[in-house]
Unconditional design. Structure first.
Length: 149
């Protein structure tokens, strides 16, 4: 997948229906929503950014990420990350699939009682060449707590 370098300059904003977060993504990418799960696909949909939001925090981020990715090979174990108004954990994993490997960048972010799991995944090769675009989406995440309003 080769994305046009200009796509990173033409961003648009998605706001969650429940008001939990906003995220910026390239205008020519496609969005799909199913319940509280949002997928953002590049034009040549080999990869995706997936976002799940929850209100009222239960399990720890480390436990949640570990459980969800327990069958994947850890490239980088969960480590602290802070962006915009949230704190969380970021980890990276490899998933073996029929055609090779998929590379996952995983962030669990918390702001007050809002928890968001945001991931980017693509083939290992495409993730390497397009990582800057995926990271611009992941790191644009801004969380809100609906109880504030």
């Amino acid at each position: 997948m080769q994305l046009n370098e200009d796509t990173s300059n033409s961003m648009t904003t998605y706001s969650s229906m429940a008001g939990f977060y906003t995220v910026e993504y390239p205008e020519n990418w496609r969005i799909s929503c199913e319940g509280n799960i949002v997928n953002i696909f590049p034009p040549e949909a080999n990869g995706a950014v997936t976002i799940s939001a929850f209100h009222g925090i239960g399990a720890s981020l480390n436990e949640s990420i570990g459980q969800l990715f327990k069958n994947y090979q850890a490239v980088s174990p969960p480590h602290p990350v802070s962006r915009n108004n949230w704190n969380g954990l970021q980890a990276e994993y490899l998933q073996q699939v029929d055609e090779g490997f998929r590379y996952w960048v995983v962030i669990g972010a918390i702001y007050r009682k809002t928890l968001v799991l945001i991931t980017a995944n693509d083939t290992k090769t495409d993730m390497t060449s397009q990582r800057h675009i995926y990271e611009s989406i992941l790191y644009s995440l801004v969380l809100t707590d609906p109880e504030e309003f």
